[in-house]
Design a binder for this molecule. Sequence first.
Ligand code: KIV
Ligand code: ZN
Length: 507
Amino acid sequence: MQRKPFFYDITLRDGNQSLKKPWSLEEKIFIFDKIVQLGINAVELGFPASSEMDFEACQTLANMADEKTLVSVLARAHKNDIDRALLAIKDAKLARIHTFITLSPFHMEHVLNKKPDEIAQIAINAVEYADSAIKKMNKNFDIEFSVEHFGDCRENLDFVIETLKEIVKKGATTINLPNTVERYRPKIFVEMVEKVKNALGDNVTISVHNHNDLGMATATTVEAYFAGATQLECCLNGLGERAGNTDFNQVAISLHNCGVEMDIDLSKIYETSLIISQMSKVKIYEKAPLVGPEALAHRSGIHQDGAIKTKEMDFGAYRPIHPSLIGRYDDEKIGFTSQSGKTAIYDIIKALKYPITIQESIRLTPVAKHLAEKKGELTNDEILDLYFSEICDIKGDFELISFKPIEKNIFDLIFNYKNEKKEVIGIGNGPLDACLNGLKKLGFKIDLSHYKQYSLDGDEKGSSAQAMSEIFISDAKNNLIIARAIDTSTAQANVKAVFNALNLSEF
Ligand code: KIV
Ligand code: ZN
């Protein structure tokens, strides 16, 4: 069995700092609760030295958190930030201080304007200071150190590793390796993570924190986990600076699909994602994996067929998970376009609770495709309109004018055939039988093999104001014809269904 990933949420810190309107304390409290409900192991609450507001939020949340959720606060690698951070978490039950500085050659030279050894010493001193301050407070808080811009440290990785060994000696127990700006391939980053992991050994927790500048943060994080990183820093909905941080949902589901056990309540993912989108005012884009409005839509005929055949199964033909795994209960959407096929028509009409057979959906498909070529995707109402006009009211050589009772079991049937008026008296065991007998007298012989009555909500013999008759007949050329019709009167629905069948028959 794989070791459990330790999910470390950065929504309230990296996510929040990137919002157009950062969250208020009340909003942070609400979101913190959602993160805890998801079963996420650790939550970075904020950056206490950045503002009074952030300090207050960190302190409030740190005091609220129970002993099962590790709370963490960010501090730059200097004394003032560390003091402020420790003050914010001093009454927490299970807490961490997270300090960081860059060790990337580019960043050290062009942003900090300092020599590598000088910066390494700042990092080592900061961890040593945090460790002694924690000991003085008599707390068993732990220390995370981040190599900001670790992804840019390819050329000086040996120097980074040596510095990290010192940092670990001074008390850091988690080493976080951020891809602060995603520039290269996941493999390059993952190999660097592997080297650090091998150099630092098993007593240090390796963490990754990947930004999504090239859209590969999920892949990088998942592969880093398999290369030895246990702590995975993720953001709900992939919020975060620029193109965001690693999306929590995607990582959790990828690992779940690979058989990795975790503490996460996956069934809360969808709802939480909608809440975060609403609260951050960052829309979930249409095609967002797992939670996007279009993530369960199938439009090509082949995909629709596979999706419908495997709808109830955990392993779907064209989806990565059963949507209920993440608490998503809107059905896989079958959208009808010019690329779609008979299975889509069948499924849509069935979902709307109207009866239809595959033969009928085959008949309806070209008409619907033709309309969709002009209009794009058809709405369910448009498909239903086609069903009523093309399936329940078929135009042709036969045109019913009237069918009226004369006396019990005797009916007067009047219709046009090829624009010529015909009238006949039909006698039979009920209206349908009388109609068929009348037609037979005029040479239109059809054999009825199946008859069924529906109310319009699809229940058999229900009490709907409208009745639907469904009949199967064999025509003179032995074709099986399926026809149906709707009317407020059952007798009229029967006769209309017969005329629809006649218009589909060959004589
Ligand atoms: O992206 C980054 O490097 C960070 C660090 C502060 C961990 O957010
Ligand atoms: Zn970051």
